[in-house]
Design a protein around this ligand. Structure first.
Ligand code: ADP
Ligand code: MG
Length: 665
């Protein structure tokens, strides 16, 4: 026999799923996969308990509807039997049972039968099973059967080889009324939809709808209690089997009394309890011969019902109904009916449909935990927010592709924090880049202005200088104008230097790059600007590759400017370091002092022409602009680090120049 594809029993409404993981938490067999931003039920793993439908606050889980299939059967020509599960009194308290049967007939069913009789047949078989030596698990609940076949395949041999009351009823009725009837089961259970298409009983039940879907059919076809003639079930009618849907009902119907001392028969139900009962049965520490187990707290709590009543009220509705029936259904004729089916084959097989996934190794689990930031046992909070009881269970689910690390709340919060701080960081970086850009744009426009002025002044200045010198040469030494002419020539020369500085700043001069050595540059600069007596100058030019293509004279001018500024910043004396370093394709030169530092306010204006804090005649404010222009002409950068925070106190200033080692690099 080939096994049928597992049916899809529950679907997710994409728009509604908000990924709260409640369904993951509540799914007894972890059949929910988080993928594409929603929690999807994995059909191969699903046992059809419908618990996810119940717990979803967003109504994002929906049972797959089979109403259309039944509507088609009703509209067709074939003869139909409706099989009504014995939990119906809990669903239809507003109707007398004969009204309900009348309404079902009105839908178009030729026979309306009571599954309680099938339950009675099954109960008898269970009674005889107890006399065997083997240990059994009851198989009336399809969710339990699905769980054993998928997750406890080692227990498949312990599944009682007896069909459920639904299938028993179908077999009995076909036996009684003929094989050509089509059978529709109507009950409280979603898992029955799965059972009906299982290969082992395929073709025995033609369709399954829930009580909820039956109500839809009544509504679509405008059938109400007033519009029908009440009638009773078609025979055979059940008796004690009516209590099957109650907790422990199956045992009582089979007249098996769980004896606490004998510990032979154990009853377990509820979606958490049934799993632990199976585990205990499997462990061997539990000696019960018969484990009567169902997934819901009685079939009366099935997910295919619309009732909001409590389990207690539902139970009393069912037991009242059964009591009532028992007063009119005499035991002797019932027993005789049952005897009539003594030879009916009620057996069925079960198969392993293993859905256990290989457990990851310890290393694999630890790797997954590590990726979620869980490096030590104390990082494993086991908070349960992800839907799994422990972080390790969650890690196993991730390994199996059922879960995602984002489901871990502490991990997600931590990553969000990290993203926020990354964002802050990149925002700050952006802001400072923007500022630097504005700064360099400002310097560029100043450069243009400076270039214009310098060009305009340069020519007349040249004439002044030339004539001043000519006149100086032709004047007599005792001429009183000689002194004045010397002053004109001196001051005009000073102006020329200023213009040269401005042209440098505006990058109007040319650089003549030739292969030079950084230590030689530093040494020449130090020689040109020796420190005053109270300051020491230290050279540090330990470089792997000292060579650099540069305009040596202009670079000496830059370093000299920086050295002089450093000396000026240390009126009390101190130490200046002149450093040369390799920096990949670049070389780095730094001038480091421990002088007064530069305030933030001043830092913004350092490279502006004529910005100076020095006294008149002492500073021109052209040293740094000139240096800036020269470094830029070398396609390099000049950067300043300084601290003049009055709270920390001056810690000095470092100017760092980075220029490409080679002309083309
Ligand atoms: P100048 O030296 O003629 O003032 P610069 O362009 O060389 O012009 O320097 C501009 C200003 O930058 C200086 O007046 C000083 O305020 C500040 N400065 C430059 N270098 C340093 C330094 N190493 N320490 C403190 N301040 C400095
Ligand atoms: Mg200076």
């Amino acid at each position: 026999m080939t096994l049928n594809e597992p049916p899809v029993l529950v679907t997710t409404v994409r728009k509604r799923c908000r990924m709260c993981y409640t369904c993951v938490r509540e799914c007894p067999v972890k059949a929910i996969r988080i993928a594409d931003g929603q929690a999807k039920v994995v059909s191969e793993r699903c046992i059809g308990c419908g618990n996810c439908i119940r717990v979803c606050s967003q109504n994002a889980k929906q049972m797959v509807s089979t109403v259309d299939q039944v509507a088609e059967l009703l509209d067709g020509d074939e003869r139909l039997i409706a099989l009504i599960a014995p939990s119906f009194p809990a669903e239809f308290p507003e109707l007398h049972y004969q009204q309900l049967i009348g309404m079902i007939r009105m839908l178009g069913f030729d026979k309306v039968c009571d599954v309680a009789f099938g339950a009675d047949l099954v109960a008898r078989r269970y009674r005889s099973l107890l006399s065997e030596r083997k240990r059994y698990i009851t198989t009336s609940c399809p969710a339990v059967v699905a769980t054993v076949e998928r997750y406890y395949p080692q227990l498949v041999g312990h599944l009682a080889p007896i069909v459920s009351p639904m299938v028993a009823s179908a077999r009995a009725l076909r036996h009684k009324y003929g094989a050509d009837f089509r059978v529709v089961f109507i009950g409280p259970c979603i898992a029955k939809k799965g059972e009906s298409v299982a290969s082992e009983v395929a073709g025995e039940i033609d369709a399954v709808i829930t009580f909820l879907e039956l109500r839809q059919l009544f509504l679509h076809r405008r059938i109400s209690a007033n519009s029908v003639t009440p009638s009773d079930f078609d025979p055979p009618i059940g008796r004690l089997g009516g209590i099957f849907p109650l907790q422990g009902g199956e045992l009582q119907a089979a007249k098996i009394q769980p004896d606490l001392l004998a510990d032979e028969v154990v009853n377990a139900d509820g979606h958490k309890t049934f799993i632990s009962a199976l585990r205990a049965f499997d462990s061997g520490q539990f000696s019960a011969k018969l484990l009567d187990v169902i997934c819901c707290e009685g079939c009366i709590m099935g997910q295919g019902m619309s009732s909001n009543e409590s389990a207690f009220v539902r139970r009393s509705r069912v037991s009242n109904y059964v009591r009532q029936r028992m007063t009119v259904r005499d035991e002797a004729s019932w027993e005789a009916d049952l005897d009539g089916f003594a030879e009916l084959d009620l057996s069925r097989d079960f198969f392993v449909r293993d859905q256990r996934i290989d457990q990851p190794t310890r290393e694999e689990i630890e790797e997954i935990l590590r990726k979620m930031g869980k490096l030590t046992p104390s990082d494993e909070l086991n908070c349960g927010a992800c839907g799994y009881e422990t972080c390790r269970e969650h890690a196993v689910a991730i390994f199996k592709g059922l879960a995602e690390s984002e489901m871990c709340l502490p991990f997600t919060i931590e990553s969000l924090h990290r993203s926020v701080s990354d964002l802050h960081e990149s925002h700050a970086e952006l802001a400072s880049t923007q500022q630097a850009l504005m700064h360099s744009e400002r310097l560029a426009s100043m450069g243009q202005l400076a270039a214009c002025i310098a060009h305009e002044i340069n020519n007349p200045l040249g004439v002044v200088i030339m004539y001043a010198h000519l006149l100086q040469e032709t004047s007599k030494p005792d001429d009183p104008a000689t002194e004045d002419l010397a002053m004109i020539a001196r001051e005009a020369d000073r102006c020329k230097k200023i213009v040269a500085g401005l042209l440098n700043f505006a990058r109007q001069n040319k650089v003549l790059r030739s292969s030079s050595s950084v230590p030689a540059l530093l040494q020449s600069s130090a020689d040109s600007a020796p420190p005053p007596p109270h300051i020491s100058l230290e050279l540090d030019a330990e470089m792997r590759d000292p060579s650099c293509e540069m305009d040596l004279d202009q670079m000496i001018q830059v370093i000299v400017n920086l050295l002089r500024n450093a000396y000026d910043a240390m009126p009390q004396g101190g130490k200046v370091r002149l450093i040369g370093r390799d920096a990949g394709n670049n070389v780095q030169i730094a001038v480091q002092d421990n002088g007064v530092g530069i305030t933030e306010e001043h830092k913004k204006r350092l490279f502006e022409p004529f910005f100076t804090t020095k006294a008149m005649g002492k500073g021109t404010g052209l040293g740094l602009p000139t240096s800036y222009g020269i470094v830029k002409m070398h396609r390099g950068q000049i950067q300043v680090d300084s601290n003049a925070d009055p709270n920390i106190g001056p810690t000095g200033t470092t100017f760092t120049i980075t220029i490409p080692r080679h002309n083309g690099s």
